[in-house]
Design a binder for this molecule. Structure first.
Ligand code: CO
Length: 471
């Protein structure tokens, strides 16, 4: 197996606290704050392997920029799935695509009381001043932003065992809005809104027989956008846990993709479109111009991308990952029934980011940063960072042989001269040196400014966010 995959899909043994990372290059002195990242820290329990990229047990990382230096710490998310895997030396909770090996007795018990993972591994968010590690099962874990220690469970909704949530909440006007799916004989998509003081409140909902797998949703100034791909599940299979979570879903392309538009104020379904079948994880941005609604999304012709993240498939290197097509959908809400799209880039992208704090729902937003697979490289996994200019249609690439960058988080420079004046932060696995580094890219030229070296590899991760000290 390629060394990068041995490193990136293994176990991190050490929880480190390093006051000052070795930095090459010159750090911009204006960066102050902390990048928190979430992702797998462990793909093996005893001699059992998790099967899928989305299965590994959560590890949190923090990179704090202070006084011209960067400190680093990492810690496993303290949760039952982690503790039991360590204690029993075996996989003990159901993850995205891996179940524990059951005895017949356990199998029966599992039907009535499934041990769904509480390893909230996919993203981090700050909700009402609390730092939360987020996973798709509705159990989220609050952590201490200083020590990364777990502080307890946070839930969006009651009966968390019968729910899943997206790990991409929107934050707007001091409200955090998220989309959950409640499984039942009739299932419900539920948009929840929470503010600092209140418990989450239901702001829109839609009943459905066979819910789809939804990883994100769109938000525009007036609307909630639910893009329902025809990758759907008989909800009883989730409730009775027939198979590992994602393997219960079925691709039914004949259904097409349905797009539901809800009014944010009234919660009413104002428009519904049906279009060709496609699948996506990530909505990017959405905005309105008069009665025209636009939303950007990284799409695939089918859910093959999920299959392609099984570890045996990545590490066999037989196929490249399917490329995410960056699309802009346009709907005229004044009456037309059609919804159309155009492709925004020739480059395939995934893990898209933009300057969310300043350009969310803004039709003038111009730059999107993401990862991709280099066309002339020899990798079957993400190995480059892409910057898309939506005005010119051009793309800039950061690529270095045998390096595997993760999601590039953008930070604007103070008093910037253009939208892209700032840096991107990306954790890069360095195959040659057998460790990882934090790459600091100049976002305008898309060239390296500095890198901070971590003395061990960081496994291939998912999402993270940067928080300034004074926010
Ligand atoms: Co995501």
């Amino acid at each position: 197996m390629r060394k990068a995959y041995q490193l990136g899909f293994s176990n991190v043994e050490d929880e480190l606290v390093i006051d000052k990372l070795n930095v090459t290059g010159k750090l911009p002195n204006w960066i102050e704050g902390t990048l928190y990242r979430n992702g797998p820290g462990m793909f093996k329990a005893g001699n059992q392997h998790y099967r899928h990229w989305f299965d590994g047990l959560s590890m949190l990382h923090k990179f704090t920029f202070k006084n011209g230096g960067i400190s680093y710490a990492n810690k496993f998310l303290q949760c039952k799935a982690y503790h039991e895997a360590k204690e029993n030396d075996k996989i003990s909770y159901s993850e995205f695509a891996t179940d524990p090996c059951y005895s017949l007795f356990d199998r029966v018990k599992e039907i009535f009381d499934p041990k769904i993972t509480d390893s909230a591994k996919v993203n981090v968010a700050r909700l009402g001043g609390k730092f939360i590690a987020m996973g798709e099962p509705s159990l989220q874990i609050e952590f201490d932003p200083e020590t990364l220690r777990s502080l307890g469970v946070y839930t969006y909704d009651d009966k968390p065992k019968q729910h899943i949530t997206t790990v991409h909440p929107h934050e707007v006007d001091e409200q955090v809005i998220n989309l959950t799916t409640r499984f039942g004989r009739v299932s419900t998509y539920r948009f929840m809104s929470s503010s600092k003081r209140e418990r989450p409140e239901l702001i829109a909902h839609h009943k459905v027989k066979e819910p789809a797998y939804l990883h994100s949703f769109g938000l525009s100034p007036s609307y909630l956008i639910l893009t329902e791909f025809p990758y759907v599940v008989n909800p009883l299979k989730i409730i009775f846990h027939a198979k590992p979570f994602i393997e219960n879903y079925v691709w039914k392309p004949k259904r097409g993709t349905r797009i539901f538009i809800f009014d944010r104020k009234t919660g009413k379904l104002v428009k519904q479109f049906k279009t060709d079948p496609f699948f996506a994880f990530h909505h990017v941005n959405a905005f309105e111009k008069g009665t025209d609604l636009y939303f950007d999304i990284v799409s695939y012709p089918d859910p093959e991308i999920i299959q392609s993240f099984y570890l045996d498939r990545i590490t066999s290197e037989e196929k490249k990952l399917p490329g995410g097509e960056f699309r802009r959908y346009h709907a005229d809400l004044s009456g037309k029934k059609e919804i159309t799209y155009r492709t925004l880039s020739d480059e395939a992208i995934e893990l898209p980011r933009f300057d969310y704090n300043h350009y969310n729902m803004d039709s003038n937003y111009q730059f999107v940063y993401s990862v991709g697979v280099n066309k002339s490289g020899n990798s079957s996994f993400y190995d480059q960072i892409v910057k898309n200019d939506l005005k010119t249609g051009e793309a800039k690439i950061w690529y270095e042989e045998n390096c595997f960058p993760g999601e590039p988080v953008f930070l604007p420079a103070p008093n910037r001269k253009s939208e892209d004046d700032g840096v991107n932060l990306s954790v890069v696995l360095d195959e040659k040196n057998g460790n990882s580094f934090l790459l600091i890219l100049d976002s305008v030229s898309f060239t390296e400014i500095a890198r901070a070296v971590i003395p061990q590899p960081i496994l291939f991760g998912y999402h993270g966010n940067f928080y300034q000290n004074d926010q």
